[in-house]
Every structure is written in structure tokens, then in C-alpha cells.
Design a protein around this ligand. Sequence first.
Ligand SMILES: [Zn+2]
Length: 270
Amino acid sequence: MPYKSGVYKIENKNNGRVYIGSAVDFKKRWRQHRNDLNSGRHHSQKLQRAWNKYGEDAFVFAVVEIVFDESELLTREQAWIDFWDSSKHGYNISPTAGNCRGVVPSEAARAHMSEAQRRRGKRKPHSEESKRKMSIALKGRIISESARAAISRAHKGRAKSPTECQNISKGKKGKHLSEEHCKALSTAHTGKGNALKTHCPHGHPYSTENTYFAPKTGYRQCLTCIRARIARRAAYTLAKKLRMQLGMDVEIQIPPAQGSDWADGFLLDA
Ligand SMILES: [Zn+2]
């Protein structure tokens, strides 16, 4: 059964605080959490208190990443705990993945965790503003049925006014450049502008490893950004599938391409 295991979050819709966990079976785990919370015996006191205060409806369970290899679960969970800093700013009681489940982490997972802890010590916390931006950039949200219907309604049958049409038409007319003009432009631009840029618009270097030359145009493209795009698209498709398979609210988030730490390892095998 694919798409059953991975990392999830339980998010408080009122304040965006999250609980991060990993599960072999999302559905079962969510049922377990709900049972524990509703009977007041959840191991995370922080989450329990919030549950009591805001009520069940304030919380949403969402898949954050699908992990096919069970031995990778803790490592991936740790990455997301670090990402949201969910022991400090969220509902996890321990900054270390697996601690609260009483699972003894594997050798590899332990090495990763101690490395993650070392990094955490060095890292500056994100400002509220940058967190907000990240959150917007990261969300590969599946738009709800009602929202989609509303958008569709808004766009349907919206006719352009005659002036609008005229303006568009005017703007397009007479736009053909003479041959000389084209040549002049081309000469003027050789060795200037884009060709001189050393970094992509997101600040990744156009290095040999990070540059892709488009076959037809010869233009350079940033590989990090291409990968991020692919990952986002894959995540979107995956989220759709999951939504159908699990019948759950699914939201898949892709870490930003900008953080080099996060550039790799997120191509989902959709
Ligand atoms: Zn880039």
C-alpha cells in the first residue's frame, strides 16, 4: 500500500502551531491521536492543553511528506521538527524525533539527529516575517472544492469591455521589428545583461554543476530551481492522489529552494 507512511503535522488553524510526527499508517495514527486527545491522555501536554482550549475542530491533520522507506521515517521527521522548530514554537515536547514514541533510533538516525542538533545550535531563529513568507512559499495547498467553485464562478463569463479589447489590439499592432533593428538589438546585447549574470534570480550560482543549458536557445537555467519546480509539481500530484486514497485533508509542503540545506532530497517518487 503506497502513500501510507511518512511525516504528518497536526496544525492548530487558529495560530499555525504544529505538532510533527511520523507514522507507518497515517490514518491509524491520526485516529490514535484523536482518541488520546479526546480522552485527555495525550503524551504531549502542550497539544492536549491546546486541544482542550480550542476544540477538535480547530485542528487539521495533514501529510507533510511521504516516506516510502520506513527506516527513513525518523530522519525525515527530525528534518521537519527542525524546520518548524516545533518543540519550541509548536506542540512537540522533544526536539528529537522519536523520543516521545519510545522508539530506539537506529545508528544512522542517531548520527543525523546529533548533527541536526549541532546545526540547530548554530542557526539563527527565523524572524516572524520570514516565517510568514516561507509559509506562503511552501504551501502546495490543494484548494478546497468550495474555493475552487468560487474562483471558477468569478472567472466565468467575464467579458472584456470594448475598450479593453481595443487596447489589447492596439498594443499588439505594428510590433514587428525590422531586420536591422533585430540585428542591432542582438549586437547590443551580446555579452551583456543575462550573459553576465553569475547567479539565478534566487541567488544560486551558475556553476557547472548547477547550470542547465536549454537545448534550443542555449539559455542557462538554474538546476536547483528546476528541481524545486519539479518537486512542487510532484507534490501537487501526490497530494491529489493521497486525497483520493485516504480521504483526508492533504497538504504537501516543499521546503524552499533558497535554503541550500533543503535543495536536495525532496523529489518525491510520485
Ligand atoms: Zn536558482
